[in-house]
Ligand binder design. Sequence first.
Ligand code: DGY
Length: 328
Amino acid sequence: MARVFVTRTLPGTALERLAAAGHVVDLWEQEVPTPRAELLARVAGADALLCMLTDRIDGELLDAAPRLRVVANYAVGTDNVDLAAARWRGVPVGNTPGVLTDATADLAFALLLAAARSLPASAQVVRNGQWGAWSPTGHLGRDVAGATLGIVGGGRIGQAVARRAGGFEMTVLTTTSRGGTPLPELLERADFVSLHVPLTPATHHLIDRDALARMQPTAILVNTARGPVVDTAALIDALHAGTIGGAALDVTDPEPLPAEHPLLAAPNVIVLPHVGSATTATRGRMAELAVDNVLAGLAGEPLPHEVTVPAEAAGAEPDAGGTRPADT
Ligand code: DGY
């Protein structure tokens, strides 16, 4: 019988499979992330951890969890997990790839369309009682059909966005790790730029002041990847200066974004609260994959969705003074 700490309530019935397998589920049931001190205390007796992208899984936490045999991250992104520190301690890390591809690509396209046609601003006009007579010059947006879409990152979600763009007869440019359109050229040519790269040291502030300066003054930046891929201060300046046309963001830096944050005062910006995967079915499927990873880890089997450590991090020192297990 193993003990599994689950850091948030999950939709669906996936957790029932842990109990059915004879494991004890220790669930943080509150509607806020598990506070750090509580997380450190609760993992002390845990054999498995099912955690969220809001939980920082680092050397300190892993050292506080001497029995831990598996970390199952309830997300496809794993930038909240120090993969090298987990590998150093022999703890496999799993994620939830594939099942949130369509939901996230749908949201990226919804943001693109909403920004192109200024939907939030137009809807607000109606709510404010300011809907005047139909006007040939009122509420003018940008054409999506036939426009050029630059997709930064050619993975599953980027490819799914490209398929949606095909239906709008867009010209699609893509950067990939193996080639595609060079980023500077993509930024200069695209009417819309959509980000689909994981957050790594190499992609942190990939869209910086220089990158934003390359974009067309009418171009719209869509980010459903991770907030720190964009330099927020540079984006705010670009929006105020009008060197880009707008931004539609599902992810920000920081998250959550405080209501008084200067990004929300910038013109032509739409911000959503990180809801790319937020459909009932998708979140249920993510739970099933996370539980699959937990069950495999506890059984001593390879995780079905194991995250491999990037080559540059594989030999890294642990970050918080952990001792290296004899078998690694
Ligand atoms: C992920 O899985 O990484 C997403 O950001 C969650 O919505």
